[in-house]
Design a protein around this ligand. Structure first.
Ligand SMILES: Cc1cc2nc3c(=O)[nH]c(=O)nc-3n(C[C@H](O)[C@H](O)[C@H](O)COP(=O)(O)OP(=O)(O)OC[C@H]3O[C@@H](n4cnc5c(N)ncnc54)[C@H](O)[C@@H]3O)c2cc1C
Length: 416
């Protein structure tokens, strides 16, 4: 660390900015640093209070080598940081340093026992409030690098020796994250991978909406595959939730990052397979067995052995077999219904919107950032973290853990 007081500016008081202030505060010892958070909105951590449906899924308690598999292309880049400050370390930090007990739910997801994301945010803020200058309602307008960092804000100009760029991504802009990170990073010489929505609901075309809106609110387990220009480009298995506008639920949200922004120019659709555990042949055989056993039963009733009855009604209607009894169910009818159950095609003519996306895909290119410290390789003294970077994780506490691990390595680097 340089001689004399080091002025650290944290641009953006969201999850990544707050975690950095906390880690600096925790690790500072007798270091002579002066920490300032500059936040555009009137409060810190607005998005944080929405996380985990208001309960805050803080981390995912997996071993780092498993955890990194949830970070798509960025897994290897962030692995050293995740190892250095692991999900276990996050749990210890919340329980020992912040005094906030956590609990584990399915798939290693960690939540506060109090089930309150607001409480998480408030606890983090009170942990730093004595030692960190917090300036809210102050939008950073521009950043220049000369002898130090000159930061132009709506509340005047400020100077810092070290700058942490944590203005978030471009998703859920109502929380303050409107893509400013990318403007500042580009202005400072960085390259930005074009951004798009990830972990987002998906709108389907007008014809497909007739199907999804009839089932609005129904959730079903399925395998969802994305097709672009006729070829399958990605798939995801889990719960699919039907809505008036189209599709959501974990399986769809995971798939959304793969939908190209120019999907409107492609022939694109999502194919749902409601029985991924059975092949086309197996389900056909199963139908034949059911027909023999229950010749006087309606086909829609038989189909509800495989899908919820509301879904069965809609699928049999699409296959035009709703009013048929099993004894009249021909091979051709069977084929038509199996196609709907295993290969339901729902057209997409619009890319998912950043407005409702939980995270942003794209951002500052990772090769321009030192993965051991998150320091820019282009601008010494500049650290880039959180959604500003080209990193997006799957759902389940992965994105907040990334912010936490990054915050730790940044703090360790700043404090030398
Ligand atoms: C509804 C929802 C639920 C989620 N649930 C979870 C979950 O349970 N678990 C999980 O791991 N992840 C979850 N996420 C993702 C997670 O919240 C984000 O990945 C994380 O908040 C990113 O942190 P960040 O600090 O990079 O950005 P943000 O948290 O978006 O913070 C950026 C901050 O910078 C400020 N800012 C922007 N521009 C400027 C400027 N020019 N000047 C000053 N300040 C500025 C913004 O106002 C904002 O406060 C969820 C996201 C959403 C939208």
């Amino acid at each position: 660390m340089k001689e004399g007081k080091v002025r650290v500016g944290i641009i953006g008081g969201g999850a990544a900015g707050l975690f950095t202030a906390c880690q600096l505060n925790r690790l500072r010892g007798s270091s002579d640093i002066d920490i300032t958070i500059i936040e555009k909105t009137s409060v810190l951590g607005k998005k944080l209070t929405l996380t985990g449906h208001g309960r805050c899924n803080i981390t995912n308690r997996k071993e780092p080598s498993e955890f990194k598999k949830g970070l798509h292309e960025a897994g290897n880049f962030l692995y050293p940081a995740i190892k250095e400050f692991s999900p276990d370390d996050t749990v210890k930090f919340f329980e020992k340093d912040l005094g906030l007990k956590l609990k584990e739910e399915d798939n290693n997801r960690m939540f506060p026992v109090c089930d309150s994301a607001v409480k998480v945010r408030d606890t983090l803020v009170s942990y730093i409030s004595d030692n960190v200058r917090i300036i809210c309602d102050s939008k950073v307008l521009d950043i220049a690098k000369g002898e130090d960092f000159e930061v132009y804000t709506t509340k005047g100009d400020m100077h810092f020796d070290v700058l942490v760029l944590s203005c978030g991504g471009g998703s859920f802009p109502e929380t303050g994250s409107t893509g400013d990170s990318y403007i500042f990073a580009t202005g400072l010489g960085h390259t930005v991978v074009p951004i798009r929505a990830a972990l987002a609901p998906v709108k389907v075309d007008a014809k497909a909406r007739e199907f999804t809106s009839a089932l609005s609110g129904v959730s079903v387990n399925a395998n969802a595959s994305l097709y672009c220009s006729g070829s399958r480009s990605a798939s995801s298995e889990g719960d699919v939730l039907f809505a008036d506008f189209g599709l959501t639920g974990p399986a769809i949200m995971e798939l959304s990052r793969e939908i190209p922004t120019d999907i409107a120019d492609m022939n694109g659709w999502i194919e749902l397979d409601f029985t991924p555990f059975m092949s086309d042949e197996q389900i056909d055989k199963e139908f034949q067995k059911l027909i023999n056993e229950h010749p006087d039963t309606k086909v829609s009733t038989l189909a509800s052995k495989f899908v919820p009855s509301s879904v069965s009604r809609e699928l049999t209607a699409r296959a035009k077999v709703t009013d048929l009894y099993a004894q009249n169910f021909t091979k051709q009818n069977r084929k038509a219904l199996c196609k709907e159950i295993k290969h339901l095609e729902l057209g997409i003519d619009e890319a998912p919107s950043l407005e409702r996306a939980y995270v942003t895909r794209g951002g500052v290119v990772l090769k321009e950032v030192d993965r051991k410290t998150m320091q820019s390789k282009i601008v010494p003294g500049l650290y880039i973290i959180g959604e500003a970077l080209d990193i997006d994780g799957i759902s389940g506490g992965y994105n907040l853990q990334c912010c936490m691990s990054e915050a730790y390595v940044v703090s360790r680097s700043i404090l030398g």
